[in-house]
Design a protein around this ligand. Structure first.
Ligand SMILES: *Cc1c(COP(=O)(O)O)cnc(C)c1O
Length: 242
């Protein structure tokens, strides 16, 4: 950050912008929550953000979360927002009650099996590759119905919604169709499969206002709150587990 404003100042500004986006879309502010994405930042940043009123935090790598979370103040709800490998499910469930980027039926089954075994009830979102970019993780829209139906009878996990990563566009307005498409998909799945999928995890620092206008319930915000990340690792930016 180039000025001397605090995390609390940035949070307040972002909350105002979220409220304005809600007003434009005729939504209530309580319908949308921000997730503070603290990847590459230390526990002191989490503590400061907690002080500023942030209650949900996101990490994109299991190992980093496992190393960090025990040193953070108690109370936050931790969201795993990055790609998850099946061999890291057990560790993920130990630290993250909400998992955003489930992108296959096999991963979903593994999460349910391990959660049942250790006795936890994770909330899960399916990642959808709405834009069709080859470089992105996520289910294709036409793969969704089968995976949702697979989730319905599961014992431990609860499917709570859909998540997407929009392609980065210098003009955030260009991401609008991606967010609109995820909402339409959600609405169609609810109608056709008779399920409730209350959460839409979409929108990042560059485009969260558009995502809120298009129905996001969770926006995932890193750099706009905490500044440039200390370590720049492109693979990690895409949520890739090593
Ligand atoms: C890093 C990350 C974010 C936050 O990105 P910013 O542009 O810094 O807000 C959101 N979602 C995922 C999956 C991420 O990996």
């Amino acid at each position: 950050m180039t000025d001397d404003r605090s995390i609390a100042d940035y949070c307040a500004e972002v909350q105002q912008r979220m409220a304005a986006a809600c007003a434009r879309a005729g939504r209530r502010v309580e319908e949308v929550a921000l997730i503070g994405v603290t990847k590459t930042f230390g526990p002191e940043v989490v503590a400061e953000a907690w002080q500023a009123g942030i209650r949900r935090f996101g990490e994109n790598r299991v190992q980093e979360g496992a190393a960090k979370i025990p040193h953070c103040p108690g109370g936050p709800e931790w969201h795993l927002i990055g790609h998850l490998q099946r061999n890291k499910v057990r560790a993920a469930l130990e630290f993250f009650p909400v998992i955003h980027a489930v992108d296959s039926g096999r991963l979903l089954a593994q999460i349910d099996r391990v959660a049942d075994e250790i006795g936890c009830q994770p909330r899960v979102l399916l990642e959808v590759n709405v834009s069709g970019e080859a470089s992105k993780f996520g289910l294709k829209p036409d793969e969704l119905p089968a995976v949702i139906e697979q989730a319905l009878p599961m014992r431990a996990l609860t499917l709570v919604g859909l998540m997407t990563m929009a392609p980065f566009c210098p003009d955030p307005q260009q991401t609008r169709p991606v967010f609109a498409r995820l909402r339409e998909l959600r609405d169609r799945m609810e109608r056709e499969l008779g399920v409730g999928l209350p959460h839409l995890s979409m929108g990042m620092s560059n485009d969260f206002e558009i995502a809120v206008e298009e129905g996001a319930t969770w926006v995932r915000l890193g750099s706009i709150l905490f500044g440039h990340r200390p370590r720049w690792r492109p693979a990690q930016e895409e949520g890739v587990e090593e």
